[in-house]
Design a protein around this ligand. Sequence first.
Ligand code: NAD
Ligand code: UGA
Length: 451
Amino acid sequence: MKITIIGTGYVGLVTGACLAELGNDVFCLDVDQRKIDLLNNGGIPIHEPGLEEVVARNRAAGRLQFSTDVAASVAHGDVQFIAVGTPPDEDGSADLQYVLAAARNIGRHMTGFKVVVDKSTVPVGTGDRVKAALQEELAARGAHASFSVVSNPEFLKEGAAVEDFMRPDRIVIGHDSTAEGQKAAAMMKKLYAPFNRNHERTFWMDVRSAEFTKYAANSMLATRISFMNELANLADRVGVDIEAVRHGIGSDPRIGHSFLYAGAGYGGSCFPKDVQALERTARQYDQDLLILRAVEAVNDKQKLVLGQKVIRRFGEDLGGQHFAVWGLAFKPNTDDMREAPSRVLLRQLIDAGATVAVYDPVAMAEARRVLALDLTPDQLARVRFAASPMDALAGAEALVIVTEWKAFRSPDFERIRAALKQAVIFDGRNLFEPEVMAEAAFEYHGIGRSI
Ligand code: NAD
Ligand code: UGA
């Protein structure tokens, strides 16, 4: 099938590359000329395991092209995926300007039938607004072309995006019951057929329910994390091991093991903004989503917990003290630092007067970029970007771990001890067992593990 993807970011690039891998003829559009030039020169703008190979293979096969040419992109795809950003507005609601601009571009150039797919995470009712934008553009140039707007939210996780896209646990498709809606559904069914061969994974519903499903999923996952974080903080007070509790409750199939890890708080481009946007939608309908407000408040507090542990141990005034920080990305296997807990921790340590040496396996360049925005030049001068995990440790009072990269899971504890001034580890992701750390004579501070 001929597919256009509008927006070549995390979701758009992965969707485009994976649909090309299935044999489709894919045209990826972006407004960012630098991103398109990089892709056309064989580069990849993001760190995502496996993506580079899929992109290279499909470019070479002539099934995947990148361009900024809007007219050509609209002419290309029978199915037009909108995969642009939906960042939070000032009031927390989703900013739909990019989605609606993409829709207008389609309306401005389309001649024949198009399926317009909202893949971006968008609030309930956005399908109607996309439809109206298309109709307005068609009317403005006196053109007649039929189309159908479909909702097909994306559930991939960064760091596992290609794997998640290629092996989805579900595909949600919302469409309407008009003749165009049925035609669009048939085209979506054909497009996703390779994923449904052994097992039907598609859930068909109306557009509004599909839009809502995406927010419900992210909000549920964020709720689980905040709930566990709140329990972990209590566990620290009452002498309970939250990891034992996680096993104890996760084995109940009604609860399940996933997304029960207490830690330094959730980050990333989606949970924080989607929780806020759903709360905002509720407020527009005079409903106060009390649980989600708490989820957000708990997460804001949780991002401070690791730094508070350091301050409790080393004092309110960290002047003259130096710390090593391992892990800067908001989660492993990505270089994404949007809403990363490490950014809050670094601010806390620096505001308290400390100097830091930081290391991340892939996010160093991104860290330099975002920390230059977060910190003043004087504050930034107190950050050393280390060349390796061991290099970060030199002369530090203690090690603080914020992201659970695999490379941090089995370190050489003797070398760590030799490099640090004091054998103290603050572990924001509960990578190690407190008993093992005690045996190795480390002072160990996990999250919810003060047993
Ligand atoms: P992103 O910021 O990485 O990429 C968005 C891209 O769209 C950018 O490259 C931007 O230049 C481009 N763009 C903006 N306006 C455009 C226009 N009019 N025409 C063409 N290109 C345009 O965003 P993302 O992380 O890929 O997220 C996209 C959407 O998918 C969001 O709604 C997000 O909530 C949702 N989502 C993201 C993830 C994720 O893991 N990142 C997962 C599921 C859903
Ligand atoms: C999340 C969802 O998992 C995806 O299904 C969804 O498509 C995506 O948001 C989106 O809409 O963008 P992502 O943000 O890439 O994916 O990463 P997650 O693995 O969900 O992690 C999010 C944050 O939660 C990370 O900071 C992670 O450290 C934290 N987390 C996760 C925990 O603190 N505890 C856990 O048990 C799991």
